[in-house]
Ligand binder design. Structure first.
Ligand SMILES: Cc1cc2nc3c(=O)[nH]c(=O)nc-3n(C[C@H](O)[C@H](O)[C@H](O)COP(=O)(O)OP(=O)(O)OC[C@H]3O[C@@H](n4cnc5c(N)ncnc54)[C@H](O)[C@@H]3O)c2cc1C
Length: 303
C-alpha cells in the first residue's frame, strides 16, 4: 500500500501518532506485528491516565484504536523487518507485505525481561512498573527482583508507599549509580536479600509466597509478599532499524523530545526512544510530536 505516513507499532505512541497525522489530512497506515494496543493490554488496571479514574489497558487501547479507525487510519498486521530508502520516501519490507510511505514513525516500544518463575502471575501480583502499580500495594509488603539502577530505584520508590520492601538480587554487587546506592543503604524499609534467585512463586491466602534459592549454596528461604516487581531490564524493539536511526548503548533510538532521528523523514515515538520516563502519557506525547513532525516533513517536501 502507498501512504503518506507509515507507523510501525500500534501501541499508545503509534496510535496517537496516527490520530494526529490523520487529523492533519494525511493517509496513514499502522503496521502491528502482535497486539493492537501494545504493552498496556497486559494491564488489568490503569489509574494514572488523565481522564479515566480507572480503566483496563485493553479498554483504553480499544478506545484509542476506535478513534484512529474513525479517522480513516488503516491497519496491516505484519512485522516490519526493514526500512529502505526510495526516491519518494521509504519502503517498509514486512514479513508478508511491503508498503511505500513518504514518512515513517517508528513506535515499536519495548519488552520487559520476564521472570519465568513468576510469569503466570503477571497482572495478578507480578508487575513490571512501580510507578504504574505501586499504589495498589500501599501499606503492604512487596519484593523487587533485580540488581541494576531500575531495580534499586523501583525499591526506593516503593519504600515510600509500602510498609516493607525486599530487594532480591542474585549477587552482592549492584549495577546502580553511587547516589542511588547510598539512598538504598540508608533506607530502613528495604531489606536486601542477596545471592538469591526466585525459584518459584505460589498463591497464599493473603498474597504470594516467594521461594528463594541461594546462589552460593547457602540456605534457601521463603518470603511472604503482597506483590512482586520484576526489574530485570528492558529489551527495546528497534534493532532492525538501528543503522538508519542510531541506537544508544541499551538499544533505544537516539532522539530528543522532538522525536527526530538522524534520518530525515524517519521519526520515533514512545518507549523505543531514549528517555527518562516510559509511561502511557509520555508515549502519547511522543506520538503527537512524531505524528505532527512527519506531517511537517511531508509538507516541506512538497513546497
Ligand atoms: C503490565 C504493564 C502495566 C503498565 N501499566 C502502566 C500504567 O498503569 N500506566 C502507565 O502510564 N504506563 C503503564 N505501563 C507502561 C506503558 O504500557 C508503556 O509506557 C506504553 O504502553 C508504551 O507505549 P508504546 O506505544 O511506546 O510501546 P508498546 O506498547 O510497547 O507498543 C509497541 C508496539 O509495536 C509493535 N511492534 C514492535 N516491533 C514491531 C515491528 N517490527 N513491526 C510491527 N510492529 C512492531 C509491538 O508489537 C507493540 O504492539 C505498563 C506496562 C506494562 C507492561
Amino acid at each position: 500500500m502507498n501512504c503518506d505516513v507509515a507507523i510501525i507499532g500500534a501501541g499508545i505512541a503509534g496510535m496517537t501518532a496516527a490520530i494526529y497525522a490523520a487529523r492533519a489530512g494525511k493517509s496513514v497506515l499502522l503496521i502491528e506485528k502482535e497486539t493492537v494496543g501494545g504493552q498496556i493490554t497486559l494491564s488489568p488496571r490503569v489509574e494514572n491516565y488523565p481522564g479515566f479514574g480507572e480503566i483496563s489497558g485493553l479498554d483504553l487501547s480499544d478506545k484509542i484504536f476506535a478513534q484512529a479507525l474513525n479517522l480513516g487510519v488503516g491497519l496491516e498486521v505484519d512485522e516490519v523487518k526493514k526500512i529502505e530508502k526510495t526516491e519518494g520516501g521509504f519502503r517498509l519490507v514486512c514479513g508478508y507485505s511491503s508498503h511505500e510511505a513518504k514518512a515513517v514513525v517508528i513506535a515499536t516500544g519495548l519488552k520487559h525481561r520476564r521472570l519465568e518463575a513468576a510469569a503466570r502471575f503477571e497482572g495478578e501480583g507480578v508487575s513490571y512498573c512501580a510507578v504504574c502499580d505501586g499504589m495498589f500495594y500501599k501499606g503492604k509488603t512487596v519484593a523487587v527482583v533485580g540488581g541494576g539502577n531500575t531495580a534499586v530505584s523501583e525499591a526506593l520508590y516503593l519504600a515510600d508507599i509500602c510498609e516493607k520492601v525486599y530487594l532480591i538480587h542474585r549477587r552482592t554487587g549492584y549495577r546502580a549509580e553511587k547516589a542511588v546506592m547510598d539512598r538504598l543503604y540508608a533506607n530502613a524499609k528495604i531489606e536486601r536479600l542477596e545471592n538469591k534467585v526466585i525459584g518459584s512463586m505460589e498463591d497464599t491466602d493473603g498474597g504470594k509466597l516467594l521461594h528463594l534459592n541461594d546462589t552460593q549454596g547457602g540456605e534457601d528461604a521463603s518470603v511472604a509478599v503482597a506483590g512482586l516487581f520484576v526489574a530485570l531490564g528492558h529489551i527495546p524493539q528497534a534493532d532492525a532499524f538501528g543503522e538508519l536511526v542510531g541506537l544508544d548503548e541499551a538499544g533505544f533510538i537516539k532522539a530528543g523530545e522532538d522525536c527526530l532521528t538522524r534520518t530525515p523523514g524517519i521519526f520515533c515515538a514512545g518507549d523505543c526512544r531514549e528517555k527518562a520516563v516510559r509511561q502511557l502519557t509520555t508515549a502519547a506525547s511522543d506520538g503527537a510530536s512524531a505524528g505532527l513532525a512527519a506531517c511537517r516533513y511531508i509538507d516541506d517536501m512538497r513546497e
